[in-house]
Design a protein. Structure first.
Length: 567
């Protein structure tokens, strides 16, 4: 009766059992599950606790207790109850599948995969165990295996929407957006009241740029679960894309307000990460509205929740782009963002990594888990981003970046050019910067990256002081010229020791050649070559964060002064 959704009739049968046998532990456990589904959480906890009291050796009772504990946002306690159930009944496939669910909620994807595989080994004919195993592989970005398993789960139970959801997400991750969206539509038709499915269906419509359909799904998701922050978050992203920043601001604030309601699926630690991601999105909206100081405050708040939030570091880099005197900080924040980011298709702008060009210049939860699949919407694709500018005094500029995401690898190729004659004699500049960046996730916890960069710069006398501005004849150093050629290569890595600890490391080698031609026959040639190696440990607890690290560098300089061709 419960399988076909007739909960009232099932409760009647269970009550008859209890009249005949008041101490039946399994009957109380079933009533607890029904109470959870009907959102009677306190009653469910009382029933599950009584079931365990009546028979502490019942695996069913401990499983029921785990569901009620999860409903009360006690993920760790729920996992402990499941582990007791497994200890009492090691051959219970559903208990192992339940363990995998909760491991995903805690962000321990490796243990989740092991538990899910064990569940399938015990009973491969259960759609539930196959579905959980599919999600465990999907969160490991093993989409091919996940698709095969979800297909098997669908064959076992064609009325279950969850394997359809998983198959749709796997297809989208592989770049098959239309096919994935169709699977999400089927999942929504199988469970029209499921807010989560409608949120991701709306996100799929958004990726297809079918904005009215996306808005409809987000609205339906909000109606079906008024406590779920997911549709508010995705709706905010859509509205920001459509240049509706005020409405986006309201939606993202609502998403942050509701964030802790995800505690039924996410540990407190992962919720803090989610809030950090939402706060950085809020900061991005404030920046778009021109509230730069508020954007900085929200970014600082985001980093206080999660110092490893790559989105916040990238946003800080973008904010510092327009703040004079923050060039070194901008480059530092960009480097941290690159080292901490998961693989993605976002481009790496070549000019952001260079601190001394002297020119005027202009994303939710990154950790997947059970019922948290935002990173999987980052699908395989290529994109080109180009921008250009033109102005008086011979000012021209352009930047073109090609980026591509394929499975566990992302690549970015870019070039930046800027030239101007300047507003006075010998104030011209000419910059060319070329960049190649590649990142590969060896495992969900360990990714490596490499970057090479080349810079070519030629400029005149850029120093401004009152004396020279007052002198319109001789003191502009009309013969002064500086030519810079710099090549850099960097490798980096990130390893997640646990959900609370990250290690990032970077090794950079660079070589720079400067030729300075001053007034008269004097030329100064200099060459600098060296390296910098850095490693950092990030530790996070509910009320405590720490950042520790080590850095070493060595640079060798060679200077030559040439006078009339003689060194």
């Amino acid at each position: 009766l419960l399988v076909v959704g007739q909960a009232d009739k099932a409760k009647g049968n269970i009550q008859q059992v209890l009249q005949l046998e008041p101490g039946n532990s399994d009957a109380h456990a079933l009533l607890a599950i029904i109470a959870v589904v009907q959102n009677e959480k306190d009653q469910a906890l009382d029933l599950a606790t009584k079931a365990v009291t009546l028979n502490s050796d019942s695996a069913v009772a401990h499983l029921a207790l785990s569901y009620t504990q999860q409903a009360h946002f006690e993920i760790t306690a729920a996992l402990e109850s499941v582990q007791k159930a497994i200890a009492l009944d090691p051959q219970n496939a559903l208990a192992w599948a339940r363990s995998a669910e909760l491991q995903m909620s805690l962000g321990d994807l490796d243990r989740a995969l092991d538990a899910a595989q064990h569940a399938v080994n015990l009973n491969p004919d259960l759609a539930k165990t196959q579905t959980i195993l599919g999600f465990a592989h999907l969160l490991q970005i093993d989409t091919k295996t996940a698709k095969t398993i979800f297909t098997q789960a669908i064959a076992l139970d064609q009325a279950d929407p969850m394997p359809r959801l998983g198959l749709g997400l796997a297809l989208i991750r592989e770049g098959e957006l239309e096919a994935g969206r169709i699977e999400l539509e089927i999942a929504a038709s199988l469970d029209p009241a499921n807010s989560l499915i409608r949120s991701y269906l709306g996100k799929a419509y958004f990726e297809e740029k079918r904005y009215p359909l996306a808005s409809t799904q987000f609205d339906l998701a909000k109606e079906r679960d008024q406590k779920d922050p997911t549709p508010w978050f995705y709706d905010a992203i859509q509205k920001q894309t459509q240049n509706r920043p005020i409405e986006a601001l309201q939606d993202i604030q609502k998403s942050i307000e509701l964030n802790n309601n995800r505690a039924v699926y996410r540990s407190k630690f992962l919720l803090d990460r989610d809030e950090a991601a939402r706060s950085s999105s809020l900061a991005r909206i404030f920046e778009n509205l021109g509230f730069e100081k508020r954007a900085l405050m929200e970014t600082a708040k985001s980093l206080s929740f999660n110092p490893a939030n790559h989105s916040a570091h990238r946003l800080l880099s973008d904010i510092y782009t327009n703040k004079p005197g923050h060039e070194i900080a901008r480059v530092s924040e960009l480097l941290q963002a690159q080292l901490l980011q998961p693989i993605n298709v976002n481009p790496v702008q070549p000019h952001l990594a260079v601190a001394d060009l002297n020119i005027i210049t202009n994303t939710g939860p990154s950790i997947g888990g059970f019922n948290e699949f935002s990173p999987l919407m980052e699908r395989n694709k290529s994109q080109v981003v180009a921008s250009g500018m033109a102005g008086n005094q011979g000012t021209l500029g352009n930047e073109i970046v090609l980026s591509k995401l394929y499975d566990r690898t992302s690549i970015s190729l870019g070039q930046f050019h800027y030239e101007t004659n300047g507003f006075r004699p010998n104030y011209g500049q000419n910059h060319n910067v070329y960049n190649m960046f590649i990142q590969h996730a060896l495992t969900p916890k360990f990714n490596v990256q490499a970057e090479v960069r080349k810079r070519e710069t030629e400029h005149g006398d850029l120093i401004l002081d009152g004396k020279r501005l007052d002198d319109h004849s001789d003191n502009f150093r009309k013969e002064f010229k500086q030519i810079i050629n710099q090549d850099s290569a960097r490798v980096g890595m990130r390893y997640e020791l646990s959900t609370q600890q990250n290690i990032i490391a970077s090794f950079l080698y660079t070589e720079r050649k400067d030729n300075v031609i001053d007034s008269g026959p004097v030329t100064t040639k200099s060459r600098g070559a060296g390296y910098v190696a850095e490693i950092q440990h990030l530790f996070q607890r509910d009320n405590f964060n720490s950042t520790t690290g080590f850095s070493t560098y060595r640079v060798n300089f060679d200077n030559q002064v040439v006078f009339d061709g003689v060194i």
